[in-house]
Write a protein that binds this ligand. Structure first.
Ligand code: GMT
Length: 391
């Protein structure tokens, strides 16, 4: 199958999922064309069957804001036509779903019929998508998608409520390559570089957006630091990082806290951690949590959004009420109570992550592509255009 994938090329979860999906499809002999404004960060080196088309939105003195959506639409028309794509798969609705819809209509005028699938990832449905600045367009383009997927049951329910969706929505959870994300081989690596005194490492990976409530991580660490040999490691960058750094300095915790910034291979860093913490206000799925669990890190997070679908309370980690830093600190104490307890949580985390392996989830996307293509080409528009060609 020839698939066009549209996504954000950045470190955000939706871009990571889209890129890993595209690479995996390429390995299964599908032809994949990424269409976005930069080469996706997780794409790495040249991969067999995987191509990249850069959207270049042209500057013009009149434009205070460069019309990216139009440039993306034009690029989609171009790539679908000249690479003979079978299907488009857009990740994160804004503005990708409306561009895909518009491109579909333009292509239809040319006698080319192509379906598109929109995968909703989170704030496109729960937060940004419902703001009055975007809601009518998001609602229209989701409802006119030929296939809709959500990354959790929670996200499906909220999407139905927010946009009065009349069509079936398929839940396909996020996935993990458990051969790449795996526990530390202690004979090869050691944690000295991050914890020189052999302290336990509390790790947080995110894009430091407000929704992640990263300051809660510092508050939890502040409670525990006097009583446990512990270090805190932050991976990632984003709008709230400066404020978080200031808080760390204010509490004079800077000698015990490291900020590593954006990192391309989190799979090399996560196994160095001991416990993963994610105090998010909302999280449709929590891909970072799944990556950590696959590396054997028990998780302490909030009981929000889709997180309870990934983390089992008391088994692979703990779920706390939003903002309850005391509860999160208490849960970390429980996990670290003894080496045996820690090992059990760690084993459970790895085991639970295996519910979301690439091998299990990838065929769900492939089958869904087939299903959407079948229905789409059974629709009357296609038959009439074939008749027009015959006559
Ligand atoms: O919705 C967002 O905030 C953007 C998106 C991203 O690109 O980072 O994150 C969402 O998608 C991830 C991949 O499906 C999920 O694992 C994250 O939970 C989700 N973020 C939120 O819901 C806040």
């Amino acid at each position: 199958m020839k698939v066009g994938i549209v996504c954000y090329p950045t470190f955000g979860g939706s871009g990571v999922v889209a890129t890993e999906l595209g690479k995996a499809l390429g390995e299964r002999e599908h032809i994949v064309h990424f269409i976005t404004y930069e080469r996706p960060v997780r794409l790495g080196r040249f991969t067999r069957n995987v191509f990249f088309h850069q959207v270049k939105a042209q500057e013009y003195p009149l434009f205070d804001f460069v019309p990216y959506e139009s440039a993306l639409t034009s690029k989609l028309v171009d790539v679908v036509r000249f690479e003979n794509l079978d299907i488009l798969h857009v990740h994160y609705a804004i503005p990708h779903a409306s561009s895909a819809y518009f491109a579909q209509q333009i292509l239809k005028e040319m006698g080319i019929h192509i379906p598109f699938i929109t995968t909703l990832h989170g704030t496109d449905s729960t937060l940004v998508g419902i703001s009055s600045a975007y809601e009518p367009v998001v609602s229209f383009s989701i409802n006119h998608s030929n296939g809709i997927t959500c990354v959790s049951n929670y996200l499906k329910q909220i999407t139905i409520q927010n946009f009065q969706i009349q069509k079936p929505i398929k839940v396909i959870p996020n996935f993990i390559d458990t051969r790449r994300f795996k526990p530390l081989d202690s004979t090869v690596h050691n944690k000295n570089c991050l914890a020189p005194q052999g302290e336990r490492i509390l790790m947080h990976v995110s894009n430091f957006r407000k929704v992640k409530r990263v300051k809660d991580v510092v508050e939890v660490f502040r409670i525990l630091e006097p009583e446990l040999p512990l270090r805190l490691v932050f991976v990632g960058d984003g709008p709230e990082r400066d404020q978080v750094e200031s808080l760390v300095r204010k509490y004079q915790l800077n000698t015990k806290v490291s900020f590593l910034g954006n990192q391309e291979s989190v799979e090399d860093l996560l196994p160095l951690g001991d416990i993963f913490i994610l105090p998010s206000e909302n999280e449709s799925f929590g891909l970072a949590v799944l990556e950590a669990m696959a590396c054997g890190l028990p998780v302490v997070c909030t009981a929000t959004g889709g997180l309870p679908e990934v983390v089992s309370h008391g088994l692979s980690g703990f779920l706390s009420p939003l903002g309850d830093v005391e509860d999160m600190a208490k849960n970390i104490r429980i996990i670290l109570a003894s080496e045996d307890t820690y090992q059990q949580f760690s084993l459970n985390a790895r085991k639970e992550a295996q519910r979301f392996t690439l091998e299990y989830i990838l065929p769900q996307y492939e089958n869904y592509y087939e299903e959407v293509l079948l229905h789409f080409h059974e629709e009357p528009h296609q038959q009439s255009s074939q008749l027009a060609k015959l006559s």
